[in-house]
Design a protein. Structure first.
Length: 142
């Protein structure tokens, strides 16, 4: 059975790959960046990136739980259509990723002339991830 690869935000912020942005997330306190009172555009963007990363990580965990639940119920025979549902969930999540990326690219483009473009895109990614996490929890009773 194919397993959907871990979802990622798939973008760079201020020229940093997501992994580097995540490493900075772990180092915010050491650099005296308090996201509650972020002063500069760069600090706000980095903090928004942290929130997007956190929301994405929670979404990935929730997605894996839903997929694992469907596979388990198919394997133990408690759900006759769960094998099909698991494959449909994979297709749906891939389609959702495309929607999210295109939607947030549009938000970025709309804000491209200003300094808020990165923060606006991160907010879009965060909101989409939070909404999808709620959907998966609700749909699959997680």
């Amino acid at each position: 059975m194919k397993v959907l690869p871990r979802l990622s935000l798939g973008m760079a912020l201020a020229g940093l790959p997501l992994a580097a942005a995540h490493a900075q997330h772990l180092d915010r306190a050491a650099k005296s960046i308090d996201c509650a009172i972020a002063a500069s555009t760069m600090e706000r963007d980095l903090c928004a990136s942290d929130r997007a990363s956190d929301a994405d990580a929670l979404l990935n965990t929730t997605y894996r739980q839903a997929h694992r639940q469907l596979r388990q119920q198919a394997a133990d025979g408690s759900c006759t259509h769960c094998a099909d549902a698991a494959q449909q969930l994979i297709a749906a999540q891939r389609a959702w990723i495309t929607l999210r990326d295109q939607d947030c690219d549009a938000v970025y483009a709309f804000n491209a002339d200003g300094t808020s473009r990165n923060g606006a895109k991160m907010h879009c990614l965060t909101t989409h991830a939070q909404d999808r996490t709620r959907q998966l929890r609700d749909f699959y009773e997680l």
